[in-house]
Every structure is written in structure tokens, then in C-alpha cells.
Ligand binder design. Structure first.
Ligand code: HEM
Length: 414
């Protein structure tokens, strides 16, 4: 059953917050997430779950964990081994840079960064303009649209496929593989899902091997903004990505680069339409677009949870933790922490400063954050300029997923 509306309806003051358990969430959690976070932040900011892990909701505790990879590890080999065994899913999820620690992470991130240059991003910008114009042209004669299918889903997948030289005709294939591979990260996994996830990794690898072979045979054949050659050739201290590393970073990029941005765009349209005064401000001063993107990202973080594991005995906000403790970094909660964001439930595109944590922080900070910001700026800027009478037909519908804050349906009149 999808949850409806993205705004909290109740302050949850009647809830016994000491019983909160991320492993067994109340049915009304998603539509009331920020109310639960508010109670946790003030009453139990380092909150124990039934499985011994902790939920962190204060901004300063998230920053402490993000900033210290020597204590707070991202590596998942120990957790994934019993779950995935020696399988294709294990290989993928432990070779992606997001689940690695320094020094391996440092090496791969540097090689990766070589492909994400300002020049590469600048080359993608005209393509983002062209695509957004095309989608809006298609909507010109329509009276209504469903924002997720008609607008926000289209742009990010198209752009990330351009980056890796994947032809348009194969984009749905990529989406299906991505769902099966990411779906395998859900806490409970059936044998069927496991087998499908492993098959998806194998098929995806074979597919990318062919694209890489084609690019090697024809190095000049890539379109504007393609970074596949740069990733293949990236070299640091005489080292390059191995073939397996290259394949898994490409798979990760294709997965990481679309669902997140899709949700940023869907939430952004919803929040702006719920706050017509903010649209009016933007219309009066289009320069406010950058602030609008930041506030959209703060207000509804597309990724709500990052995870870390303590490598040694430590503490957070005075709560002692043993080596091996798992923590859940609740990004949505930190982004609404009144200690850093005055009046945090107010949506305000002129908010300054706005150092939200939607892209994480520290060594793993989102490698695609500049690209996501470019996508947001162009998508929102053009949409609200071109359709000034856009209005909500119904509140957004959210899925019940907790790690991704996902809009499944958003009906608007044009
Ligand atoms: C609004 C859109 C996006 C959001 C909210 C987002 C969020 C995040 C977050 C929170 C992390 C940190 C994970 C951690 O510390 O454990 C991350 C990492 C990453 N993101 Fe994004 N992301 C977005 C878009 C993108 C795009 C468009 C790309 C690429 C095309 C991308 C590529 C990556 C990569 C490669 C990493 C791993 C970095 C590392 O581990 O060093 N992301 N993202």
C-alpha cells in the first residue's frame, strides 16, 4: 500500500519513542518520518534498535561519522559474505567504491574523479537543456501530467546512459537490471530474488564488456559528455582500474545516477507546488534557482539512510559503542535538525546557509553531486518558467521504502 503525502500530519507526541525500532517500523512511518525524527533527535539521538544497531538523527553525529573513515567503515564484506556467499552479487556490491574503505577507496575514487571533470560535466549541460526542452515540448498540448513517468524519470536515466555510451534503445534493459541488483540489498531476500540479482550482474557485465570492446575499437565514437573512455584510460600513480573494477563502477554509476535524481525532481515539483509563494519568488528572481535546488534536496533527501560500522570502540554524543557496532545515518533527520536549520519544517528557497547532508560528506561524498545539481537547476528552472499555471491535482504518493524517499505518483494540471 503506498503512503500518501510527503508532509507530516501528526507530531507523534503520543508515541512511546523508546520503543522505536528501525527493524520493525510503525505502519505510519513514511508519511510521518520527520515527526518521528524530531522526537528521536530530542529524546534518543543515538537510539538502539532491536538488532543492536543504532539510529543517528542529530546533524553533528552524522558529520562525526562521515568525517572519520578510520573509525567509521563503509566496507560491507563481512555483512555481505553470509548473505551473498561467493556470488556475482557479492562481487558487485563489494567492488563498488561506495562500499570500500581507504586505501582501496582512495585509489578508485581518484581514478573515478578523473572522469568526472568540470569539462566532462560542462559537455553534458547542453544535452540536459535539449532533453528537458524536448520533454516539455511533448507536454505543451497536454492538460495534465503524471510527473514521475512524464518528466522526472526520463532525464536522469538518459544522462547517465549518455555518460557510459549506452544507446537509448537499451535503457529499459538497464533499468530492469538496476532494480534487481539494488533490490538484493533489501533486508529479506528470497532465493528467486537472489538468483535474479546474480543473473542481472552477469548479464550487465557481459553487456558492458561489449560496449567497452566497441569503444576500444573506436575511441572517437563516443557522444558529447561520454566518460567511458576517460574511465577506461584513467591512471593514477601508474595504476588503472582493472577490468572487473571498471565493470562494477559502471554498473554502480548507472544505478546510483538515476533513481536519486528522479526522486529529487519529483519531490521538487511537489514541494514547489505546495508552496506557491516560493514559485512566485523564483519567478521574480530566477537567480534563486540554485537556492531552490538546495532547499529541495534538504527538505526531502532522496537517499534517507547511509550506513557505517565502528572499527574500534568509540562513542557518539557520549553513548559508548563497541567495535563492530552498526549505525544508520538518518540524512532526512539531520537535514531537519533545528540546531543547524532554523525553523526546519519551513520550506524556504532563500535559506542561507543550507549545508544539508543529502549528498553525504567526507571521502564518500556523492561523486555525481554537481551533475545532480545541474539536472535540478535546468529541470526546475525550465518547468516553472514554461508552465506558470502548473498546479497539484493530489498530494504525491510515496512508496513504503525507507532508504530511498520515493515518489511513485504525482498528478498535476498543466
Ligand atoms: C539527487 C541526486 C543524488 C543524491 C541525493 C545522491 C546521494 C548520494 C549519497 C548520500 C552518497 C554517499 C554514500 C555514502 O557516504 O555512503 C552518494 C555517493 C555516490 N554517488 Fe550520488 N547521489 C545523487 C546523484 C548521483 C549521480 C547523478 C551520480 C552519477 C552519475 C552519483 C554517483 C555517486 C557515486 C559514484 C557515489 C559513491 C562515492 C564514493 O563512495 O566515493 N550520484 N550519493
Amino acid at each position: 500500500m503506498p503512503a500518501t503525502a510527503t508532509s507530516d500530519k501528526s507530531d507523534k507526541s503520543d508515541v512511546d519513542i523508546s520503543q522505536f525500532d528501525l527493524m520493525n517500523l510503525p505502519d505510519d512511518f513514511v508519511p510521518n518520518a520527520y515527526s518521528y525524527f524530531s522526537r528521536l533527535r530530542s529524546e534518543s539521538p543515538v537510539h538502539p534498535n532491536s538488532d543492536g544497531s543504532f539510529v543517528l538523527t542529530r546533524y553533528d553525529d552524522l558529520v562525526a561519522a562521515y568525517r572519520d573513515p578510520k573509525i567509521w567503515s563503509s566496507a560491507k564484506k563481512a555483512e555481505f559474505e553470509p548473505k551473498f556467499g561467493n556470488s556475482a552479487l557479492f562481487e558487485h556490491h563489494t567492488t563498488s567504491l561506495v562500499f570500500m574503505d581507504p586505501p582501496d577507496h582512495t585509489r578508485i575514487r581518484k581514478l573515478f574523479q578523473a572522469a568526472f571533470t568540470r569539462k566532462a560535466l560542462a559537455a553534458l549541460e547542453p544535452r540536459v537543456h535539449e532533453l528537458v526542452d524536448r520533454y516539455l515540448d511533448e507536454l505543451e498540448d497536454r492538460r495534465r501530467m503524471e510527473v514521475v513517468a512524464d518528466f522526472s524519470f526520463k532525464l536522469p536515466v538518459e544522462i547517465v546512459c549518455d555518460m557510459l555510451g549506452v544507446p537509448s534503445s537499451d535503457r529499459l534493459l538497464i533499468r530492469d537490471w538496476a532494480l534487481l541488483i539494488l533490490g538484493a540489498l533489501e533486508p529479506v531476500l528470497t532465493q528467486e530474488q537472489f538468483d535474479a540479482g546474480c543473473q542481472a550482474v552477469d548479464d550487465f557485465k557481459a553487456y558492458l564488456r561489449d560496449r567497452i570492446k566497441e569503444r576500444r575499437a573506436n575511441p572517437e565514437g563516443g557522444g558529447e559528455g561520454e566518460i567511458l573512455t576517460a574511465l577506461m584510460e584513467a591512471e593514477e600513480d601508474g595504476l588503472k582500474l582493472t577490468e572487473i573494477e571498471l565493470l562494477h563502477q559502471c554498473i554502480f554509476l548507472l544505478n546510483a545516477g538515476h533513481e536519486t535524481s528522479t526522486n529529487m525532481i519529483s519531490h521538487g515539483v511537489h514541494e514547489m507546488l505546495r508552496h506557491p509563494d516560493e514559485i512566485a519568488k523564483l519567478r521574480e528572481d530566477p537567480e534563486l534557482i540554485e537556492g531552490a535546488v538546495e532547499e529541495i534536496l534538504r527538505f526531502q533527501a532522496p537517499i534517507q539512510i547511509n550506513n557505517r560500522k565502528a572499527l574500534k570502540d568509540t562513542d557518539l554524543s557520549g553513548v559508548p559503542m563497541k567495535a563492530g557496532s552498526q549505525v544508520h545515518l538518518m540524512i532526512g533527520a539531520a537535514n531537519h535538525d533545528p540546531a543547524h536549520f532554523p525553523d526546519p519544517e519551513r520550506f524556504d528557497i532563500t535559506r542561507r546557509p543550507n549545508r544539508h547532508l543529502s549528498f553525504g560528506l567526507g571521502v564518500h561524498i556523492c561523486a555525481g553531486n554537481s551533475l545532480a545539481r545541474i539536472e535540478g537547476k535546468i529541470a526546475f528552472g525550465k518547468l516553472f518558467a514554461r508552465f506558470p499555471t502548473l498546479r497539484l491535482d493530489a498530494p504525491a504518493k510515496l512508496s513504503n521504502r525507507v532508504r530511498f524517499r520515493e515518489v511513485t505518483e504525482l498528478e498535476v494540471s498543466i
